[in-house]
Design a protein around this ligand. Structure first.
Ligand code: OSB
Ligand code: MG
Length: 378
């Protein structure tokens, strides 16, 4: 049984080491919502919201999530006894529609809290079976093919198990070809379009296909499952859906329609661990491989992603880079490090398995509210 009696919602500011550009925009700094959930015994769980500053990846933003957590998520969970963390997502789905990123931030904190109380690593509580998870790198759109080739070759040399390259209309075929040249013929190279193309771009998509990518991620609009099904029929490369898969029901639609052959699961996108696990289980039953995506998370969100990625059907390398790929200093101890192209799942520690550096977090905090049953404390 878990009962959250206090939620501390913080917004922190973290600067990326290098700007990250995709077809939907450029990120220099991240505003990140961090959730701390406590029960009456003083046990604490941590969660992180993956919403970005602008509604580019999906409709949610840092500000809509702040509002949704305060006005809707918190009142639906505070003071309410749950049989276990898996009961939180159904309760939130029943309470109000949408806002999966806001829901996920609190739901995932509840999972950490439950794991802490059980003295179990989060990975174990979720049903994870791996001791380490394979790491892939996601490279933003570069100004020149030479710059991309350098980064891609360096990533292979560092031990990354997969290189993913962002593409956008007009910045695609030459970049993809340069990346292929840099990583070599047999290396897993993925392309991610973040929904920037339409079926009218078929000639370009076929030229991307000719680079023999391990997958093409989200080429078309998020709600265009039938378009993806038509595209999959003519592409050699498997389509991997990210933005389109908002729920287990949508994952079922993808499979039924043949709209893709791989799923990128981000727990923060789909409403949290319970929903992510449901998608994982469904995909597993249908023989569809999954991998864990990322949203430029701090070490807190990364910890949740690593725990989830230890489940058996996460058979492909995830966007789970080590802390120093993103940040000068991460908010957790120890920081996430890559060894042999993998991150180790912290199975020797309860919960998310890393310590949140409260002092550092406090120094990064730009806004904070404490929520209790009945409302905000201030
Ligand atoms: O589409 O996978 C994506 C980052 C922000 C928003 C969307 C995406 C990404 C990435 C980065 O690809 C993955 C990472 O966190 O390393
Ligand atoms: Mg993606």
């Amino acid at each position: 049984m878990i009962t959250i009696i206090r939620l501390v919602l913080r917004e922190i500011a973290l600067s990326l080491r290098d700007p990250f550009r995709t077809s939907s925009g450029i990120t220099h700094h991240r505003r990140i919502l961090v959730v701390e959930a406590a029960d009456a015994d003083g046990a604490v769980g941590w969660g992180e919201c993956v919403a970005e500053e602008a509604p580019a990846y999906s409709a949610e933003t840092v500000d809509t999530a702040r509002s949704a957590i305060t006005a809707w998520v918190a009142p639906a969970v505070l003071g309410r006894p749950f049989a276990g963390p898996e009961a939180v997502f159904p309760a939130l789905e029943k309470a109000f529609r949408g806002h999966p990123m806001a829901k996920a931030a609190v739901e995932m904190a509840a999972w950490d809290l439950a794991a802490q109380k059980a003295g179990s690593p989060l990975a174990g509580l979720l049903g994870g079976t791996r001791e380490r998870v394979e790491t892939g790198i996601s490279l933003g759109i570069q100004k020149t093919t030479q710059a991309l080739a350098r980064l891609a070759a360096a990533a292979v040399a560092e031990g990354y198990r997969r290189v993913k390259v962002k593409v956008a209309p007009g910045e695609d075929v030459a970049l993809a070809a340069a990346a292929r040249q840099a990583v070599g013929e047999a290396f897993p190279l993925a392309l991610d379009a973040n929904a920037a193309y339409s079926l009218a771009d078929l000639p370009v998509l076929q030229r991307l296909d000719a680079v023999a990518p391990a997958m093409i991620e989200q080429p078309l609009a998020a709600d265009d499952l039938s378009g993806h099904a038509r595209l999959q029929e003519v592409l050699q490369a498997p389509i991997c859906l990210d933005e389109s898969v908002t729920s287990a029901a949508r994952a079922g639609d993808m499979i039924a329609l043949g709209a893709g052959r791989i799923i990128n699961i981000k727990p923060g996108r789909v409403g949290g661990h319970a929903a992510a696990r449901a998608i994982h289980d469904l995909a597993r039953r249908h023989g569809v491989p999954v991998w864990c995506g990322g949203m430029l998370e701090s070490g807190i969100g990364r910890a949740h992603n690593v725990a989830l990625a230890s489940l058996p059907n996460f058979t492909l390398p995830g966007d789970l880079s080590p802390s120093r790929r993103y940040w000068k200093r991460d908010v957790v101890n120890p920081e996430w490090v890559m060894a042999g192209g993998c991150l180790a799942v912290p199975l020797d520690r309860p919960g998310i398995g890393v310590e949140v550096d409260r002092e550092f977090l406090e120094s990064l905090t730009t806004w904070r509210v404490e929520l209790r049953p009945g409302g905000a404390v201030g």
